[in-house]
Design a protein around this ligand. Structure first.
Ligand SMILES: Nc1ncnc2c1ncn2[C@@H]1O[C@H](COP(=O)(O)OP(=O)(O)OP(=O)(O)O)[C@@H](O)[C@H]1O
Length: 620
């Protein structure tokens, strides 16, 4: 029940719709309740007319005939009016229901997306895109279905139940007692069905989520699947998951129908009692024929809340099962997901008063570092990937990071951007605002994987600055040598590049990623293997653009070319997750550390040395 109350609270802004739908349902129910009375009255009027004439129509007084005809016609008109009210108000309620569903879908989807956008990177490290999407779709359609049927049926059920109980009690109280027994018994039997049903539904959802997660991955990486002839394997795993849901559904359905048969059986026995009472008492003369007709119809109406109840309970069960994963995501606390570690701060603005922080404004003064790591420890889960990392980068300085593949260089840049909280220590970035958005606005980044979106080349370049003019986009593109290949496309910068830029070559994607960082024009630049996918000629072109861009900007570079590394102001080498050395290229050339080793390996022509060089992701 709690999840349902939560859904109501969550969609509080839809209250006018809930109320509107309920009022419409109340009017329709009220109109429906009038029908037995009208038909009962018509029966009585006719019976009375015949009764006066001892059953012989010819013996009827013509005046009495015409007055009875007028009465039944008026009653027929009343039936027409009631039906028209039902039709019109019912459809108005239906319209409100549709609008409410659409609005609910918007609320639930946007709040889910908002929460996903707020969740830290760590959440996505262990979630599959397809699973996230599948969960959202299921949750939303099941919650919406429930709310629609609930607001439609709840009032109808309630009013019909109360009216039927009151009217039957008025005519003969044992009828009301029997009905009053029928409802709770039915509800109890329904609740008995629920627990097992929900568990099985959860298991089914789990299979569908896993299959959907893999499905999205496979579709996104079809090239790999085809190249490694993985189609059959993927298909088999996918269909196995769905087959597992078949047997679960069979079990679930068996259980449900078994329980339903019992429920209905009990109900039929109770209704048998009700009908027997009505018929016998009519024969005994306690009820008129009209009252009998009315009561029979009323009892038939009493079945409706019971069947509606089973429908509502069914959709409620689905909504509870479906909303579980929705609210699990909504309940995640971004801080706890990330372990609550510290994120980068601006020493001048955020760090005031904090232990070890620089005095207000100091970071912006000349000579103060623009980026500072102080005793930073970080790990993704188990052991530290980075241990006791301490270094400063002065404003406008270019610093290269060198270390073995998997040594934590990319991790270091992720920490800089606040994608993860650190276990210990602190990271300070001067000139950024008080929150992560501000901080990230100050950093232009080219990722190892270019990571583009579907859309046009221009849209991708302008991702960090959607307001940029076409001239600005093209200028950035020219500096990253994007113009060279865009000229060959008939649609130029408006060329759609497919999902994640699938229609482009690796080098083209990388150049767009560089142009994106150039256009962002941020004071701090992070280049993670920004030119690794380029051939030597394109690399030279792009590197010239990057050199130009780095001028006067604080730059943190992870480079794969020793010639690029040689041109930076300082090098930080990493060994086993710790800083090994920090110095200028000239100082480190002869220090005997990693950089010196790389230079020596580069000079060597032996196979072993080349292999060792590759372990550092470095080429000569
Ligand atoms: N999201 C993640 N979750 C868990 N472990 C991760 C994650 N990203 C990286 N790692 C691990 O952290 C370590 C450092 O990875 P990182 O990508 O920072 O290395 P790198 O020095 O940039 O490597 P390369 O030069 O090959 O790009 C590796 O052992 C890697 O397996």
């Amino acid at each position: 029940m709690a999840p349902l109350i939560r859904i109501l609270r969550f969609t509080r802004s839809l209250t006018p719709y809930y109320v509107g739908i309920m009022v419409a349902a109340a009017i329709v129910t009220g109109a429906g309740l009038a029908v037995p009375f009208i038909t009962g009255s018509a029966t009585d009027a006719i019976v009375q007319a015949f009764g006066d004439a001892s059953g012989d129509a010819r013996a009827l007084d013509p005046e009495a005939v015409s007055s009875t005809i007028v009465t039944v016609l008026v009653l027929a008109l009343a039936l027409l009016a009631v039906s028209l009210v039902e039709a019109v108000i019912g459809n108005i309620g239906g319209y409100w229901g549709d609008v409410m569903s659409a609005k609910m879908r918007t609320i639930l989807s946007t709040r889910y997306f908002e929460q996903l956008l707020a969740l830290p990177q760590r959440y996505y490290d262990s979630e599959l895109t397809g699973t996230i999407v599948a969960r959202l779709n299921r949750s939303i359609s099941e919650i919406t279905n429930f709310m629609k049927s609930f607001s439609n049926m709840f009032v109808t059920m309630l009013l019909t139940t109360i009216a039927v109980l009151a009217i039957s009690a008025w005519y003969y109280w044992p009828l009301a007692v029997l009905l009053a027994v029928a409802y709770p018994v039915y509800l109890w039997l329904t609740a008995l069905t629920s627990r097992r049903w929900q568990r099985l539904e959860g298991d089914k959802n789990e299979h569908v989520d896993v299959a959907s997660g893999r499905f999205a991955e496979v579709v996104g990486q079809m090239r790999v699947v085809k190249s490694f002839v993985g189609e059959r394997r993927e298909l088999a795993a996918f269909s196995d998951r769905f087959r597992a849901t078949e047997s679960l559904t069979a079990e679930q359905s068996r259980h449900w129908h078994r329980m339903d048969a019992i429920r209905q059986g009990v109900l039929h026995v109770i209704f048998f009692g009700l009908y027997s009472i009505i018929f016998v008492r009519t024969v005994l003369g306690y009820f008129t024929l009209g009252e009998m007709v009315m009561l029979v119809q009323l009892i038939a109406m009493a079945r409706q809340p019971v069947t509606s109840l089973s429908w509502v309970v069914d959709t409620a069960q689905r909504a509870i099962a479906g909303s579980k994963s929705y609210f699990e995501v909504m309940d995640l606390d971004p801080v706890r997901v990330d372990g609550g570690g510290a994120r980068p701060v601006d020493p001048a603005r955020d760090g005031a008063g904090r232990e070890g922080a620089r005095p207000d404004g100091a970071a912006l003064s000349p000579g103060a570092p623009s980026v500072s790591f102080q005793g930073v420890h970080f790990g993704y889960g188990g052991e530290d990937v980075l241990t006791d990392i301490t270094f400063d980068v002065a404003p406008g300085e270019r610093v290269a990071f060198v270390g073995e593949s998997g040594g934590g260089k990319t991790t270091l840049t992720s920490l800089l951007m606040g994608l993860y909280g650190v276990r210990e220590g602190q990271i300070e970035i001067a000139g950024s605002g008080t929150d992560l958005d501000d901080l990230r606005r100050n950093i232009g980044v080219v990722f190892q994987e270019p990571a583009l979106f579907s859309g046009s080349i221009a849209e991708n370049i302008a991702y960090g600055r959607p307001d940029a003019s076409r001239a600005e986009i093209e200028a950035a593109a020219a500096r990253a040598a994007v113009d060279v290949f865009v000229r060959k496309f008939p649609l130029g910068y408006d060329t759609p590049i497919g999902e994640r830029g699938i229609k482009l070559s690796g080098g083209q994607k990388q150049r767009i990623a560089v142009a994106r960082a150039i256009l962002k024009d941020a004071p701090i630049l992070v280049l993670d293997e920004a030119t690794s996918a380029l051939d030597t000629k394109s690399e030279r072109l792009v590197q010239a653009g990057l050199d130009d861009l780095m001028e006067g900007r604080t730059s943190l570079i992870i480079a794969h070319r020793l010639s690029t590394i040689a041109e930076v102001d300082r090098i930080v080498t990493l060994r086993d997750g710790r800083i090994d050395e920090i110095g200028t290229p000239r100082e480190l050339e002869t220090s005997g550390g990693i950089y010196a080793e790389l230079l020596a390996l580069q000079a060597s022509s032996s196979k072993g040395d080349r292999k060792r060089l590759r372990e550092f992701d470095v080429v000569g």
